[in-house]
Design a protein around this ligand. Structure first.
Ligand code: HMG
Ligand code: MG
Length: 284
């Protein structure tokens, strides 16, 4: 029986990137600072992508410069290419993420590259990160369903996950980008991916569009996954995935785990405080 899981907090990045209102940098910094007191080991709070593609993340360097860094917390940033990598290094991100897709349609829409082109684009990033011992996480989007291509073959997810792991990503985060997965489709996908990447190197990244994210987390826990991405306040969505609602809410995952006797190591009061802040950011 799993006794503990880790929640990788991605609210300040995946949560906020889709918000229409340009959120002031100071509000983003205040959210990250609150999250830093809650017990997370990793907080994704920056994205060095094209500001033309995702204007909300254009102040990522200022966010990283403005936060009060908590002892032992890794502050993570997305980097789609070498330009993004250089931005993340200059802003002193503690780790970076490269992000690919298991479906061609989403790969083209999200990063303007085929899957093969994206894997080529990631190689110099991995090489540069290796030189400076910077940890790199790998995302695979659309692990069960794609907004452009429909159902996604688990074999294809395994192929991309294996390629990112072989390149040197320390963990592979498996994204149900549009929240259409079911416990059954998640299990089929995980069984395929587990054959090629050790399960302790996998994370579940489930959007809650259909209200099944918690069930999908349970299915993943029963197959050995122990890391889950979540966004405080249930913020989120991806601008290139039409219909993608928020990430599963951190506080819901935490409460669910408490109920079933799994430790998350988080301070519930501070997580709730951050959730209130996050929801206000969305409403205002
Ligand atoms: P492109 O248009 O093919 O690239 O975009 P380009 O090299 O032709 O550059 C276009 C313009 O962007 C140029 O500027 C570049 O300088 C600039 P211009 O000459 O037109 O003035 N540019 C950059 N600026 C700042 N930082 C950079 C950068 N790179 C180029 N790093 C590119 C290719 C990858 C850049 C673009 O497609 C892009 O930025 N995509 C990011 C989309 C994105 O952020 N999506 C959301 C994150 S993924 C996600 O949410 C899913 C996830 O949560 C998991 C899940 O749920 O499944 C991770
Ligand atoms: Mg996401």
């Amino acid at each position: 029986m799993t006794e503990a899981i880790e929640i990788f907090e991605c609210g300040p990045r995946d949560g906020l990137q889709n918000e229409k209102r340009q959120i002031p940098t100071a509000e983003k910094i205040a959210l990250v600072d609150c999250l830093s007191r809650a017990g997370f080991r990793r907080i994704e709070c920056a994205s060095f992508v094209s500001p033309k593609w995702v204007p909300q993340m254009a102040d990522s360097a200022d966010v990283l410069a403005g936060i009060t860094r908590g002892e032992g917390i890794s502050y993570a940033a997305l980097t789609p290419n070498m330009r993004g990598y250089e931005g993340a290094i200059a802003a002193k991100a503690d780790e970076i993420s490269i992000f690919g897709s298991a479906s061609e349609g989403f790969s083209k829409a999200n990063i303007n590259a085929t899957i093969e082109e994206s894997l080529e684009r990631f190689k110099p990033i991995m090489e540069a990160a290796r030189h400076v011992d910077l940890p790199v996480r790998g995302y695979v989007s659309c692990v069960t369903d794609c907004p452009y291509d429909g159902k996604v073959d688990p074999g294809e997810v395994a192929r991309v996950a294996e390629a990112l792991f072989a390149m040197g990503c320390y963990e592979i985060s498996l994204g149900d980008t549009i929240g259409q997965a079911t416990p059954d489709s998640i299990a089929k996908m995980l069984l395929a991916v587990r054959d090629v990447v050790p399960v302790h190197r996998l994370a579940g990244h489930y959007h809650d569009t259909s209200g099944r994210a918690i069930d999908n987390i349970d299915a993943s826990i029963s197959l050995g996954v122990k890391v889950f991405d979540a966004a405080v306040g249930g913020l989120g969505g991806c601008p290139y995935a039409p219909g993608a609602a928020g990430n599963v809410a951190t506080e819901r995952v935490m409460e669910h785990c408490e109920r079933i006797g799994i430790d998350t190591g988080l301070d519930a009061n501070i997580v709730q405080e951050a959730a209130v802040m996050a929801r206000k950011m969305r409403e205002s």
